[in-house]
Design a protein around this ligand. Structure first.
Ligand SMILES: Nc1ncnc2c1ncn2[C@@H]1O[C@H](COP(=O)(O)OP(=O)(O)OP(=O)(O)O)[C@@H](O)[C@H]1O
Ligand SMILES: [Mg+2]
Length: 338
């Protein structure tokens, strides 16, 4: 079947990186995934694995001039976003794809009233709209995200709101023009746990109401379990494993995935038991082998052999489809064994 019919967004062989004084570092290295229409796809992995760079590539918001998309395609509504002009991309942002960042204050301007900032979103996409209409729509947008007394809140400045309320405003801004896709990059990490749950519920509710597709970026597998249909596990810029949330939680095939899973607390475990952590560090991007990048941390009994081999230095493992739609890096040294 044509993936365009069932996918809201198709990322194919995306490579993106940064020009640094030591040369180009590739932060996202040949990553592919599809965001199914109306569903939630999670991107999960440790800090630095390339989640935000993937999101910023989709939005074409990599920092200029150092960051750039090196190759690959991002198909959305019959367009390859990688090829769009700055003006064309500006129209896509907000109107077709909205984004929510981790820290609400990065998306809000401290010196402008909430209503002014929301109105800006409307002016950008509906040039003929009047000020009054934009203001009224701003109040509606705040209502939609559950902000009490929106007629008052719309006149306030960001610092007058709590963190959770600010994130609601950011979500309202991202959704102002009814995008079909919402990208949430760690939308709740900066918030208290109770507020986190409320924001995730809100996103789920809005998704159900509006039929949006969501990309949920997080390092928290608990959030993934609660919100996602499909999951992409990233390690050091690459896809280690991807599949349905059931595949990933019930039949993980990559030792990195099992490592992540064993580091989340379980209700049934005794309180004082220490959580396991994955030993070792994520290698530096400037010094990456071609081979399976998780290998040095995998704990495989014969890992020494592999780390010494030419294959580790030179051969990139493909992804193998172990069950329909369930893909894992095809290298025996990082695959679940025994
Ligand atoms: N502006 C930049 N210049 C150079 N390198 C960068 C830049 N931004 C990110 N990187 C590098 O790209 C890699 C991927 O970063 P990214 O921000 O995508 O990670 P992440 O998975 O989002 O991590 P986190 O969970 O901490 O948000 C990291 O090694 C990071 O150091
Ligand atoms: Mg990030």
């Amino acid at each position: 079947m044509d993936t365009a019919e069932i996918s809201a967004l198709s990322v194919r062989n995306l490579r993106a990186g940064f020009a640094t004084k030591d040369g180009v570092i590739v932060a996202v290295d040949d990553v592919s995934f599809d965001v199914p229409k109306g569903k939630t796809l999670g991107l999960v992995g440790e800090s630095g694995c390339g989640k935000s760079v993937t999101a910023l590539s989709i939005m074409r918001l990599l920092p200029n001039p150092t960051g750039r998309i090196i190759s690959g395609t991002i198909e959305h509504h019959g367009n390859n976003l990688v090829d769009l002009s700055i003006d064309e991309m500006r129209k896509v942002r907000g109107a077709q794809i909205g984004m929510v960042f981790q820290e609400p204050m990065t998306a809000l301007n401290p010196v402008h009233r909430i209503g002014q900032q929301l109105s800006e979103c409307f002016f950008l996409h509906f040039p003929n709209i009047t000020k009054k209409e934009a203001w009224d729509r701003s109040i509606e947008a705040l209502k939609r995200v559950g902000i009490p007394a929106p007629e008052t809140r719309v006149t306030e400045y960001p610092h007058q709101l709590s963190g959770g309320m600010r994130q609601r405003v950011v979500i309202a801004m991202a959704l102002a023009c009814d995008p079909g896709v919402l990208i949430c990059d760690e939308p709740t990490t900066a918030l208290d746990v109770t507020i986190q749950a409320q924001i995730l519920d809100l996103i789920g509710q809005l998704q159900a109401d509006l039929g949006m597709s969501v990309v949920m970026i997080t390092h928290d597998l608990g959030v993934i379990a609660e919100t996602c249909d499909e999951v992409v596990v990233m390690y050091a810029g690459r896809v280690a494993e991807k599949g349905t949330v059931f595949d990933i939680f019930e039949k993980p095939q990559h030792l990195y995935t099992t490592g992540l899973l064993s580091s989340i607390p379980k209700l049934e475990s005794p309180g004082k038991e220490r959580l396991s952590t994955i030993p070792g560090m994520v290698p530096s991007l400037a010094d990456m082998p071609m081979g399976a990048r998780f290998a040095p941390r995998s704990g495989h009994p014969k890992i020494g052999e592999y780390l010494e081999s030419a294959a580790f230095k030179e051969e990139r493992p493909e992804l193998a489809e172990v069950a329909p739609g369930h893909w894992v890096e095809d290298c025996e040294y990082v695959r679940v064994f025994g």
